[in-house]
Design a protein around this ligand. Sequence first.
Ligand code: ZN
Length: 151
Amino acid sequence: MTVSDELYQQVILDHNRNPRNFRKLDDPTHEAQGLNPLCGDEYTIFLKVDDENVIREVAYEGHGCAISKASASLMSEELMGKSEAEARELFKEFHGMILGNEPDKSCNLGKLAVFSGVWKYPARVKCAALCWHALRSALDGDDVVSTEGKM
Ligand code: ZN
């Protein structure tokens, strides 16, 4: 096992046992449900975006595998205080990284870089990407997104 594999497992375990921001927001400005039928992951993402388009709160509830939950937990931490445009850019970089397209991008992603090896496990890519698809749907004003037919 390499160092990065070990770090990956530690971070996934930690966030799975102790997920950050795992709750419902009472008055979100945006929300969307993300479904990953392949694995059975289901989460609803809640956002509170202020008048300047800055994300002030991120929370989620639902259930799924350790990877989907850890990914949502890490995402919620990274998005806090980011603008909507920055969040969309982060989604693009994260998505490129987990598909193995742009491994050099992982340096911009902070803690999210622990997912940089996920592309080696194609079945897990959708688990890691689910909360991000839900985030984008929430920002776009859509209610539900499924990873079916998406990577
Ligand atoms: Zn999953």
